[in-house]
Design a protein around this ligand. Sequence first.
Ligand code: SF4
Ligand code: SF4
Length: 302
Amino acid sequence: MDMERGIRIAIASGKGGTGKTTLSVNLAAWLRVQAGREVVLADLDVEEPNSGLFLEGRLTDRREVFRRIPRWNKDTCILSGECAAVCMYNAIAFTGSSVMVFPELCHGCYACSDLCPSGSLPMVEDRIGEITAYGVELEDGNEFMRVEGRLDIGREMATPMIQETIGYTTGLAGPEQMILFDAPPGTSCPMMEAAKHADLVLLVAEPTLFGRHDLSLAVETLRVLEKEVAVVINKDRPGETIIDDYCSKEHVPIAGRIPHLTEAARQYSKGSLLFGKVPQVDRALKEVAGFLEGRIFKTSPA
Ligand code: SF4
Ligand code: SF4
């Protein structure tokens, strides 16, 4: 781990709805209040960021996110077809009488723009979303920062948006700060992008057959990245060992267990933090934090 840039933990899951954001927001609050950590929570679920539902905050910054794409100038184009030929991503179509740019496929490599013989494809700014930052004040007066990346509706640029949000967050955080990435669900590029920047990935899983299946996909995906992975079991029930058995077989450590509780569901449905309200959840958060202390914090300069 690069000790100069602080600690980064990604909280992910093989699919949505497993309690990933619940763990993210409550662990951030626990670490701030109980461990005295300087915490930044970055919501990287950019297509549907919802950590703000549980954490009200004071807006401290807002900035638009752009990338650059080519824009065709039909008045100067000499219809050479060169642009479509050089684009490796099939983001340009040449019909013989016109040029069409497909922004969602464009990787912004500038090749078409640089090689156009008549300068008819200038690169222009294209807004994809925005990043907002909030100071979140907890009931005891402690505060931490929450950053949120949000794609504009209809845009399919999750990975670039995540990259921008991570860049913004890490630019703010000093070596004394701990960053929690609330990663997008699933096992595709957006989740990989979030995990790539983390020192350790906590995978949240429910003890069901589907939960084990999704967990196994996520573990296999993260092994490609050679990331340290641990599991947090959500809605844990006594005697239900399906996730334990999988983790034992695959040598994946269990960082903690959040019990299946009616009171937790009630607080969740109100959009409340569970931390400080449900003692069994507090104990689970302490267990997860203790695991992190053992794996990462003890090597920290803090
Ligand atoms: S490379 Fe330039 S000149 Fe040739 S078709 Fe494309 S836009 Fe037109
Ligand atoms: S900038 Fe690169 S990826 Fe985008 S259309 Fe041009 S050649 Fe294709």
